[in-house]
Design a binder for this molecule. Structure first.
Ligand code: HEM
Length: 418
């Protein structure tokens, strides 16, 4: 974003409609669930590492809930609740595949699952290697400088004079969507159209196609320019580049994988800190604690607590005989609180010794955007702490709660400051 770009004047009501955990967008992933699933997940893990059945039903949620891996009614389903079982699946992607069917973005099928998220083996490596350079830790500064810092500053400008704000939708939700659409070269005024177009991916392609064509002619300092230029030498010795269809598929994946997740995880970090004023004060005084505060939140309450895999051959899996064709749901939320790996796992403790959790996944498909997500969350929270003195939950409003089954997040986060 340059200094001449307009301020992010987002239509707040439209943001609320698009980013309402209980609204129609999220209802299908269990947005109406407002219990705490962790006691049930502990009980399940204590009985067995792996159970027949699907996570939400085993948790006691009887409404329909869908996510990648569901429903597939004609396949047997199993759910894994221990760290060790999820680790086994992540380490053996040839048995625990990310898709039940071959994946090919060049068919023009714009389903976000028809992307690298679902690929395996050499096909997945090719895609990942082409796009990975833009998402390495060293690139975080590029994202912050070009898109994140200015978005964050302008959003805070919008409420800094009010003494109060709602941070979940008016701040956290807006940052990732403006970051990703900004990196596509889409102006802020059209950012929400892009998000809404996820319901109709053809409309998204109509918006992206002229940008991709323009960047092929005249590259700029943005992500689409990097993607059109990315080149690898293939096994045949010939240079390989992403086709337009592959770029559209990747753009759709980034919007689905990178905007809702980061929004909700940022709200979870803020809620965890605001609920613990002593921890918030410690982070405010020593900003190096912010990174562990983020990573501990990703362990303690990952926004997407379940991902699924498809069994490619009969296998013994932590005491359960899995038939070929079965779907295994990895309950990352439960694995991240496995007492075999973490002491007092239900505590949000930013001083614990860092150990990788599964909040960003693991193995070949570990979250491509994790460094970008951390950059967005730390830039956002740092700026709030810099500019809003005495930041605290608003005592006159309902305090935030965590809701959702397969997409978890906080309800409204009303704060006061000054
Ligand atoms: C805090 C926010 C985020 C969380 C908690 C999160 C979580 C995850 C998880 C658990 C996976 C693994 C899925 C699996 O095992 O099948 C994943 C994959 C992925 N994430 Fe994220 N994610 C976040 C933010 C982002 C962002 C900001 C982007 C990019 C803009 C992104 C892009 C991706 C992509 C492309 C993959 C697929 C990688 C592959 O298949 O190789 N994510 N994410």
């Amino acid at each position: 974003m340059t200094s001449t770009s307009p301020p992010p004047s987002l239509d707040r009501d439209r943001v609320r409609e698009l980013f309402d955990l209980r609204g129609p967008h999220m209802a299908l992933s269990g947005g109406c669930y407002d219990g705490d699933p962790y006691p049930a997940w502990h009980r399940l893990r204590e009985r067995a590492e792996v159970h027949p059945g699907v996570v939400h039903e085993l948790t006691g949620y009887d409404q329909p809930a869908y996510f990648a891996g569901l429903p597939f009614p004609d396949r047997p389903h199993y759910s894994a609740f221990s760290f060790a079982a999820c680790d086994t699946a992540y380490r053996n992607p040839e048995i625990f595949a990310s898709s039940p069917v071959p994946v090919d973005p060049n068919t023009g099928d714009l389903n976000p699952l028809n992307s690298m998220l679902s690929m395996g083996g050499a096909q997945h490596r090719r895609y990942r290697t082409l796009v990975q350079p833009s998402f390495m830790p060293a690139k975080a500064a590029w994202w912050i400088r070009n898109w994140i810092a200015e978005t964050v500053a302008q959003l805070i400008d919008g409420f800094v004079g009010d003494g109060r704000a709602e941070l979940n939708v008016d701040f956290c939700a807006a940052i990732p969507v403006l970051t990703i659409t900004g990196s596509f070269g889409v102006p802020v005024s059209e950012a929400l159209d892009i998000r809404a177009a996820l319901r109709d991916p053809r409309a998204l392609v109509d918006k992206l196609a002229p940008i991709v064509a323009a960047r092929r002619e005249h590259p700029r300092d943005d992500l689409i320019s990097v993607l059109v230029a990315a080149e690898l030498t293939g096994e045949d010795g010939k240079p390989q580049r992403l086709t337009d269809a592959e770029i559209y598929s990747f753009a759709i994946l980034l919007l689905t994988a990178g905007s809702g997740t980061t929004w909700k995880q940022m709200g979870i970090v803020l809620t965890a800190l605001l609920q613990r004023p002593d921890v918030l004060a410690a982070v405010e005084a020593d900003r190096t604690l912010l990174r562990p505060a983020v990573d501990e939140a990703v362990r303690w309450l990952p926004t997407d607590p379940m991902f699924s895999r498809y069994v490619t051959r009969d296998s013994d899996f932590h005491g359960v005989a899995l038939p070929e064709g079965a779907v295994v749901h990895l309950c990352l939320g439960a694995a991240n609180r496995d007492p075999a790996r973490w002491e007092l796992p239900d505590e949000y403790d930013i001083t614990r010794k860092p150990r990788p959790s599964f909040g960003f996944g693991s193995g070949a498909h570990a979250c491509l955007g994790m460094h970008l997500a951390r950059a967005e969350i730390t830039t956002g929270v740092n700026a709030l702490l810099d500019r809003l003195p005495n930041l605290r939950l608003d005592p006159d409003t309902e305090p935030p709660r965590f809701i959702g089954m397969y997409e978890r997040g906080a309800t409204e986060i009303h704060v006061r400051f000054g």
